[in-house]
Design a protein around this ligand. Structure first.
Ligand code: GAL
Ligand code: ZN
Length: 658
């Protein structure tokens, strides 16, 4: 059984009398699945041990009558007040030793043993209660694990777990001292009991300790998920488990979380998260997040929360332009979503998220958002039905590593260097050229990809080096760039080789010096054409490599900025700087020679492809506010049967070819 469309529903926010109306309206709209319950612990267990699932039973029954199934979330992102009052130590602690208090959400320490006991009790009862209900088809553990856990949790319980984790990893304190370089600043330990979380200090922290802390935090959240998934699978077998990921969020290793899931889900808010950051809508960035989520299980995924109106908490985003809601949903399908749930059914009258708008406005009467989303569902539904399971072709891949991300978060060198933003240099160029892109991890099989882009390989191990060598030797085209092969897995500088350590022979170069462009914009000259570059310049000497482009400024003007080296049957490219979009386009042109772009479209018009059983589906998405011409070979048949020569603003068109 599969589902195409759903909504996120909070029956506890509405009077019971409304439930039947909501369910009926959902059915009329085309909804067959809802997600519920993930924030309502105090409703289901108002006092310890007193379980009240009656209301939830009732709403599930009402939905069922309209042919709607449900996914239930475990409500562990919001422990109830009675629990917090009895055990205030459940509340998490920041790096400065301050508690986060009750009144928001995520006020939980995920290692706290008392809290774990409460979870065991509750989740077991919850799972048993719905084990036999065929309309509860799946579970979501907690909600967006890692969300709000940026500076959480440094409490004594987590520190204890950290020490256990370290002991298991290093076995002896001497070995830990060596791997952490504790000779520096008198940090030597004589026992594991002396080690703390990297709490607030007067000056910089030990980078090796910080890297282990990041790894530990990811492992802790993964174990927190596993703990609940085990209970659910045991107490209520036969139901799927998924989780709503947050694209490039890095609090936990999503690749490893994927191992615990039946399929991955994702929350997609192109309009931005207007409670904290003010990100502007960027089609390539949201495309990249979708590609990352698909790469977690290497199969189609679900959208568990899809934007359905203005986003906003205290501050609001822009209202979606006519067409954008459908376009954004279609973008998800274009990248491999087989099911989309919209967040949320109706705008809430209470709480922090009053202005995070739903399909229905506050008054519950269908308006523009409803009409546009319904139009999308009516049109895309049959197509999605047909292409369930379809995947994009394998062409290029970007190596994505949480560990490299962590290492750069700890020591970015340049204040503006961000791992994912830097990856977007390459992704953006591939996206503009309409070349399908997957994200792969270190232990994946890369051999199916013609091109592998591996930016910022800061931490280098002999295993990774061997794998990179083998990929190129076998005919792959590999792109490496600056800060490559700098450190070992403990975040200590490598001294036994020349930069880029362990791969300089593969690149055919030596990086003899480097220049952090703190107050300067760099320049790279390629074939007489000058381009901007940013953040960093590696000063490169050629061994066996050939220069493709040179620096245009500074005392190292004329020396290589971009090189390539033939190795085995393949080629390794090396980029010593962060490229401007124009330079990245030039570079990707070179590296992807021979890979045909999916189509040629104007700027701002995205193209993707999915394939299944010899059939291909082409998505053309106009992310601009103006009409754009399109012309495709006649072999592409429009799925709506209408041939057009232009796409209206914010419109999508899907084609099929046998
Ligand atoms: C998501 C979250 C939802 C809701 C939504 C709007 O990140 O999963 O629970 O908070 O954002 O803020
Ligand atoms: Zn804690």
């Amino acid at each position: 059984m599969h589902y195409l469309f759903g909504v996120d529903y909070y029956p506890e926010h509405w009077p019971k009398e409304r439930w039947a109306t909501d369910a009926k309206m959902m059915r009329e709209m085309g909804v067959t699945i809802v997600r519920m319950a993930e924030f309502s612990w105090s409703k289901w267990e108002p006092r310890e041990g007193e379980f009240h699932f009656e209301d939830l039973d009732e709403v599930i029954e009402i939905l069922e009558r309209e042919g709607i199934d449900c996914i239930l979330g475990t409500p562990t992102a919001a422990p109830p007040k009675w629990m917090i009052d009895r055990n205030p130590e459940i509340q998490p602690m920041d790096a400065e030793g301050r508690r986060y208090f009750f009144g928001g959400r995520h006020h939980d320490c995920q290692s706290n043993p008392v809290y774990r006991e409460h979870i065991r009790r509750f989740v077991t009862a919850f799972a048993r209660h719905y084990a036999q209900n065929p309309h509860v088809v799946g579970w979501q553990v907690d909600n967006e694990l890692g969300n709000s856990h940026g500076n959480l949790c440094y409490c004594p319980s987590c520190e204890k777990r950290f020490r256990q984790w370290l002991k298991q990893k290093y076995q002896t304190i001497e070995w830990l001292n060596q791997c952490w370089g504790t000779a520096f600043w008198s940090q030597g330990y004589t026992s594991f009991d002396q080690i703390t979380a990297p709490k607030m200090t007067t000056s910089g922290h030990n980078p090796s300790q910080q890297l282990d802390w990041k790894r530990f935090c990811s492992d802790l959240v993964l174990e927190f998920h596993q703990f609940q998934a085990d209970i659910l699978r045991q107490a209520a077998p036969g139901k799927f488990i998924t989780h709503n990921l947050m694209g490039f969020s890095d609090k936990l290793d999503y690749h490893r979380l994927g191992e615990q899931l039946d399929f991955a889900s994702h929350d997609q808010y192109p309009g931005g998260h207007f409670h904290a950051r003010h990100d502007v809508y960027r089609a390539d960035f949201h495309a990249a997040e979708l590609d990352l989520v698909r790469s977690v299980k290497k199969k189609p995924f679900w959208i568990m929360e899809q934007q359905s109106g203005i986003t906003g908490w205290e501050i609001l985003g822009r209202t979606p332009r006519p067409g954008q809601l459908g376009l954004w949903a279609m973008q998800c399908v274009a990248h491999g979503a087989d099911t989309i749930l919209f967040f949320r059914w109706r705008s809430c009258l209470m709480g922090t998220e009053q202005y995070w708008h739903g399909i229905l406005p506050h008054n519950g009467e269908p308006g523009r958002y409803y009409r546009e989303i319904k139009a999308f569902m009516d049109q895309a539904g049959p197509w999605m039905e047909e292409m369930q399971g379809a995947m994009p072709p394998k062409e290029a891949a970007i190596l994505f590593s949480y560990e490299q991300d962590y290492a750069f978060a700890i020591q970015p060198h340049h204040p503006d260097l961000r791992y994912t933003q830097h990856l977007m240099t390459y992704y953006g160029a591939l996206h503009r050229k309409h070349i399908p892109t997957d994200f792969v991890r270190e232990n994946d099989d890369w051999s199916g990809y013609k091109v592998l882009i591996a930016p910022l390989q800061f931490l280098m191990t002999p295993e990774l080096s061997a794998k990179l060598h083998a990929y190129v030797a076998g005919g792959g085209r590999l792109v490496l760039d600056f800060r490559c092969g700098v450190k070992d897995a403990h975040n200590l500088a490598i001294s036994t080789d020349t930069l880029p350590c362990l791969v300089h022979d593969l690149c055919g170069i030596r990086v003899t010096e480097y220049d952090c462009l703190r107050d300067a914009v760099g320049e790279v000259v390629w074939n007489g054409e000058a381009y901007e570059s940013y953040l960093w310049n590696d000063i490169i000497e050629l061994d066996t490599a050939t220069m493709l482009a040179a620096y245009g400024k500074e005392f190292y003007q004329g020396s290589p900025a971009i090189t390539y080296n033939a190795y085995g049957q393949g080629k390794t490219y090396y980029v010593g700087t962060q490229m401007s979009p124009a330079l990245a386009d030039r570079m990707i042109e070179e590296v992807t020679a021979g890979i045909a772009p999916l189509a040629d479209t104007p700027w701002g018009v995205e193209v993707t492809q999915r394939e299944k059983n010899g059939k291909r589906y082409l998505f053309v998405l106009n992310h601009t506010g103006t009409e754009q011409p399109i012309s495709l070979p006649a072999s592409w048949q429009p799925m709506d049967g209408k041939d057009v020569s232009a796409l209206p603003p914010y419109a999508a068109k899907v084609y099929r070819r046998a």
